[in-house]
Design a protein around this ligand. Structure first.
Ligand code: NAD
Length: 350
């Protein structure tokens, strides 16, 4: 059964790809949303503008800043905290793991610590209604062979500095429930796609490379398999976890759309060939180039989300990956100004 809907929601990392989508969803349901975001290279005010002025409040700051967290929680008295804030790109975690440890582990710890202090100070009814959702990834489960899928009870075997830092955050969120009683839940999701994803991630990166006449770099043999979920479906799942989920539980969300990287890049090229044909009449696929594989590259991820379907009533709106991908390509083509804003910020942050 659904609980009463949360009035005020504290969203960390809400200026990023998924957090901004979730902020829009909450605002659309009439909730007051307070976004805390450090506005790193991956976070942009522009990601929130579509939601409309007055529908959310953006505070620039770090989830590792205890004093700021204390003041914000006291001032806004949220019914829920959703932690999206993270360093999120595996390649960056390999070349420079320190910010991953600082944000994904220490930052999550600070957020849990301040949320616990805040929660303890609330009256019983508010304590019962409060939720802390740790937004996590299927990458914490490690790598799969050609068959099978991760369930919520699959042992964690993270392999990259990114997934290790996310797994540590998950363990902290679990401990804060088990030890202190804070009503935390953990969600783990497969690869997201859709509008406003920073162009370091596979889909927008390939679109950006293609449109700027660069090679399309595919790691190794391109045979690494990922499951893809539309960001709006992920956010709908998070809303269900928030309103129907049980504290202490883990919920997986997947897209039921497995594909290998090379097939995905070829699909993107075919979509671009139709929508933005190259001046020389050739296919973008001619620019695909195989590059040295990412160190420790996990081969395959797949998610079993039967628990979320059964216990939360989770289902996907984007059931046809080809259609969702085409709509996503259309969004990036139609939002040239957004792409330039984000790319300029990337350059100035570098
Ligand atoms: P993103 O990189 O687009 O956004 C992360 C946001 O966090 C940015 O706005 C950034 O400015 C902010 N941030 C970073 N460090 C911060 C700090 N110390 N304090 C406050 N804000 C900070 O990432 P995303 O793709 O939107 O992912 C959001 C969450 O979902 C992450 O926790 C990620 O691990 C998880 N996740 C992502 C995917 C995916 O496919 N993108 C899949 C599963 C889970």
């Amino acid at each position: 059964m659904s609980r009463s809907l949360p009035n005020t929601i504290f969203v960390t990392g809400g200026a990023g790809f998924i957090g901004s989508c979730f902020t829009g969803l909450c605002a659309g349901k009439g909730a007051r949303v307070i976004v805390l975001d450090k506005l790193t290279y991956a976070g942009h005010k522009a990601n929130l503008e579509w939601i409309g002025k007055g529908k959310y409040e953006l505070v620039e700051g770090d989830i590792a800043d205890s004093k700021l967290l204390h003041a914000l929680l006291k001032k806004h008295t949220p019914d829920a905290v959703l932690n999206f804030a993270a360093e999120s790109h595996v390649d960056n975690s390999i070349s420079g793991p320190a910010p991953f440890i600082e944000t994904n582990i220490t930052g999550t710890f600070r957020l849990l610590e301040e949320s616990l202090k805040y929660w303890k100070a609330q009256p019983k009814a508010q304590q019962d209604a409060f939720r802390f959702i740790q937004v996590s990834t299927d990458e914490v489960y490690g790598s799969l062979g050609p068959k099978g899928a991760f369930t919520e009870t699959t042992p964690l075997q993270p392999n990259s500095p990114y997934s290790v830092s996310k797994a540590a955050g998950d363990h902290l969120a679990h401990a804060w429930h088990h030890t202190y009683g804070l009503p935390t839940l953990i969600t783990r999701c497969s690869n997201n796609y859709g509008p406003r994803q920073f162009p370091e991630k596979l889909i927008p990166h390939m679109i950006q490379c293609a449109l700027s006449g660069q090679k399309l770099p595919v790691y190794g043999d391109g045979g690494n398999v990922r499951d893809w979920i539309h960001v709006e479906d992920h956010c709908a799942g998070l809303w269900l976890a928030l309103t129907k989920g049980k504290p202490g539980e883990v919920y997986n969300f997947g897209g039921h759309a497995e594909t290998d990287n090379l097939s995905l890049v070829k699909q993107l090229c075919a979509l671009l060939d139709k929508r933005r044909p190259r001046l020389d009449g050739k296919s973008y696929a001619e620019h695909i180039s195989f590059v040295t594989d990412r160190p420790g590259h996990d081969r395959r991820y797949a998610i079993d989300d039967a628990k979320a379907e059964k216990e939360l009533g989770f289902s996907r709106t984007y059931t046809d990956f080809a259609e969702g991908l085409a709509a996503t390509v259309d969004w990036y083509l139609a939002n040239e100004a957004w792409r330039q804003t984000v790319l300029n910020r990337k350059r100035s942050a570098a």
